[in-house]
Design a protein around this ligand. Sequence first.
Ligand code: FMN
Length: 378
Amino acid sequence: MKRRSFMLVLAAGGAVIALPGCDAMPSTATAPWLAPGATETDPRLRALSWALLAPNPHNLQSWVADIREPGLIRLSVDLQRLLPATDPPHRQVLIGCGAFLELLCQAAAQQGQRAEVTLLPEGEYAAGGVDARPFATVRLSADASVQPDPLFAAVPLRRTNRAPYTAKVPDTQALLHLAAAAARPGITLRSSTDATKVQRLRELAIAGYRVEFGNAATWTESANFMRVGAAAVAAEPSGVAVTGTMAWFGRQLGMLSPEALRRTDGVAARTAIDSSTEAATHTHAWAWLSSADNSRRTQIEAGRAYMRTDLAAAQVGLAIHPNSQVLQEFEAMSTLYDRFHAEVGVAQPARVQMFVRLGYAARPEPAPRRPLGRLVRA
Ligand SMILES: Cc1cc2nc3c(=O)[nH]c(=O)nc-3n(C[C@H](O)[C@H](O)[C@H](O)COP(=O)(O)O)c2cc1C
């Protein structure tokens, strides 16, 4: 929430006094980040405790882990946690599930467990959407020869960082490190720090915010997943957390009621466009993960590649922030989708799966996560 908007309201006669720490992030919501799995004895539960820290669209955490068969983890998409307006084919949700799978495998390796992964063991989902069949099964077995992944040490440091970035431009070495880390079958990471190219990509990203946040169906969907204030975040530690003193002010002034949030001409939608535009303006490097095709298997691989990119960024102190708007498949975005793909020179059947800002900024607090018990079926 922009300070200026609240100051204007206050100047117009609002008499509200906020105490420091009002609506601070509740510690229970970020507890899963502290010593994940330390109290678990089953290696599957230890690994799953780390996997749930994966990045995922709107922080919906759309994953379910069935561990009823000994030694096996059966992973499926939580069909109650989809974004039909913003992500009609459930591609982004599946990318989040791929990120979860990558972290699960890294956490297993860390404890000397070999993870044997079978993707889509009961068949591919239709192009139109995912279903109740698993996206992967993972069989764990103790194996002293398994090597830990050096990226794993960066998990506690990783964040999605939506802040404006400093003027420092990421160097070639850092970008090559990310490209090497991202390598997964059929997936390639490319990036640009060329000022002209960066500006053209910035303009496309900004146009994308205007379309997504100005569209009633997509904005309402996002607004419905906003948790405003500490109590709401503690009650449901998924979705987009709106916390801090400004959230407190907004609540007191009635500017963040569910109805106000859903308005495309309301303060929340306008603030989303303004703050995203400000962040894009302070961006000097963009990167994109492209894939040779758009199969469901490839989308899961893209998630694994994004997880690795995100960890590699944390390792070298780079902030990272997906900007998914121009990649989305709803009708109103189709012109920008085509313009963006032409700009980066990716043509069908290839496509871009992730588009991100890269740069430098102070690390934000971790995002909420649901506790392990909420995603495990035992
Ligand atoms: C497929 C995918 C798409 C995403 N798109 C966006 C986006 O467009 N804008 C954004 O701010 N964050 C985006 N994110 C980041 C998530 O919002 C973020 O991972 C989630 O809120 C959890 O926060 P964390 O990454 O800091 O743990 C995306 C993440 C994934 C995996």
